[in-house]
Design a protein around this ligand. Sequence first.
Ligand SMILES: Cc1ncc(COP(=O)(O)O)c(C=O)c1O
Length: 314
Amino acid sequence: MSRRLPSVVEAVGNTPLLRLHRVAKATPDVEVWAKLEFANPGGSVKDRAALRMIQRAVADGRLTTGKTLIDSTSGNTGVAYSLFGAALGIPVRLVIPSNVSKARKDIVRAFGTEVVFSDPMEGSDGAIRLAREIVAKDPDRYFYPDQYSNPDNPAAHYEGTAVELLDALGDRLTHFVAGLGTTGTMMGCARRFKEHAQAGGRPITCVAVEPSEALHGLEGLKHLASSLVPPIYDPKAHDRTLRVTTEDGWDMADRLVREEGLHVGHSSGASVFAALQLADELQKAGEGGCVVAIVCDRGDRYFAPMKWERRYAW
Ligand SMILES: Cc1ncc(COP(=O)(O)O)c(C=O)c1O
């Protein structure tokens, strides 16, 4: 049945769960599920965090009429800010490295977002520094959500993603897999799952996914040892970390589109790769299990040439 929605913001969340049969056929005793976050209206998991950061700031007066939302993201959070900015009448300014693909610039500009360019040699950390400088010069003009330190980022997953998973799978769920970017998805879900276990529910092993190399092509994920570590990150929140190579993440994204009809981004390929590795461990140990991986976004967001590309180069 069609959901009738008063506003696009109501379309965020309640994303579907898909059982992966074909890529997981070697582990028949372990259920492997994908939570399809690309079903959010902005096409990614970041809609949840962006919406909550905006709504909470409006509610407590940090984001008032006339202020501009500013942040440093070329990726999915930028699309989400742009979408909600357009829907809620909030001007949006994004600081992004100038070498980001034209398609990325065009997506956010389509919503009316203003783009400010940072030094391409300084990457995403350079965009963060420039956004902070712009805000410091004129603090009253801006609302700076700063997704890396904003508690409403993990809270969106504590209140949303994790609750939806517990509702859908209940005490069947044994393992939760998510990539670390801002770390909001993992921090929020892991906190909810720990509380669920403390209240007598089944313990759920939380497994974080990181790129195995500092220079990688798993966009959206951070190699924490060589990055600015997000202040919201607590390494004790999750139980394990699995490191995935760019090749394995990209190959799994290729398998998902060809074998399951799921056209997903490379960070999602990496998370499903890690989920299948866990399923293999459980199968070999003779244990059943139920593993969920977060599928962050769709593959068509990555059609434009990227820095790490098999066929194209900048
Ligand atoms: C494609 C993609 N994958 C994974 C992530 C990681 O999610 P989080 O920021 O909640 O750690 C992001 C977030 O930026 C993303 O855009």
